[in-house]
Design a protein. Structure first.
Length: 280
């Protein structure tokens, strides 16, 4: 299924995209997409519904984050070889794991506020997993049994906060993390390890990659993280970005107010954002 949350911020309802690319209202069957409702039992019930029998939804409604209030928003750093080399970083021996604030989550087309003190605002197109059931010490061979679905994330990063002010990466990683437009269940994706992902700024292609080039693939990441912590339904794990970020450039083109971004990932849809100055 292709699930979305539509409506004004804080008032979103759940919809699904049917086989004719029409949005259908699921609110009578599912109150929201959050850690309390995401489960394989929920998915089984939804799959039994004839979507074409449900009310059609206005295509022009705002699209919210495809998940609300995740318990954890985990991220992987330097997970594409070319990106690691572009930042003059040593290739990791095991995944670099960090957090993003769950309060940073935005809808896929929401404007992104540039903080007043931000000097090096950067972008990162990524593929994220949403966990569907509780798990610990998960084997790689059974990792996909724990994945509810996938979505696009733009891991917005403030590089001076991340790299120049001490502490952990969460400092520079909690401005924004756009999720969506859809939470796409894994059965809709032919091969998660062969998805093209791109990011453009003002029409200029900045990033282009494929999930086949990840250093640590999706199954390994789930297994690895589950050795360290328990994974719960609704946990978001965003899996790293390909090369082409602003910080890799000889003359970095960090994001400025007015910049327009477009992200695309095979099978997962697209996002469009505008950078605006922080509203106080």
């Amino acid at each position: 299924m292709k699930l979305l949350r539509l409506g004004n911020k804080g008032q979103e309802f759940v919809a699904a995209l049917d086989n004719n690319d029409k949005l259908r209202n699921l609110s009578k069957h599912l109150k929201d997409l959050n850690p309390d409702t995401i489960s394989f039992e929920t998915l089984k019930k939804l799959e039994s519904i004839n979507l074409e029998s449900l009310p059609e939804v206005d295509q022009n409604l705002r699209v919210g984050s495809c998940i609300a209030r995740p318990g954890d928003f985990l991220a992987i750093g330097l997970n594409y070889k070319a990106h690691a080399e572009g930042t003059n970083s040593k290739l990791p021996d095991e995944p670099i794991l960090f957090n993003k604030s769950t309060g940073s989550i935005l809808g896929p087309n929401d404007s992104i506020e540039k903080p007043l003190t931000a000097k090096k605002l950067d972008y990162e197109v990524e593929v994220a997993m949403i966990i569907g059931k509780k798990g610990k010490y998960i084997k790689e061979t059974s990792a996909q049994e724990y994945v509810f679905g996938y979505c696009i994330v733009n891991d917005i990063s403030e590089r001076s906060w991340q790299k120049e002010r001490g502490g952990q990466w969460i400092k520079g990683k909690s401005i924004a993390g756009t999720c969506g437009p859809m939470l796409v269940t894994k059965d809709e994706i032919k091969n998660i390890n062969d998805l093209n992902l791109t990011l453009d700024v003002n029409g200029e292609r900045r990033q282009s990659g494929n999930t086949s080039r990840m250093i640590f693939d999706f199954d390994f990441l789930i297994s690895h993280i589950s050795q360290i912590m328990t994974l719960y339904p609704g946990t978001v794990i965003t899996t790293g970005t390909p090369s082409g970020t602003a910080m890799e450039m000889k003359d970095p083109k960090f994001l400025q107010s007015g910049d327009k971004l477009e992200l695309k990932v095979d099978s997962l849809g697209s996002q469009q954002h505008v950078i605006i100055n922080e509203q106080m």
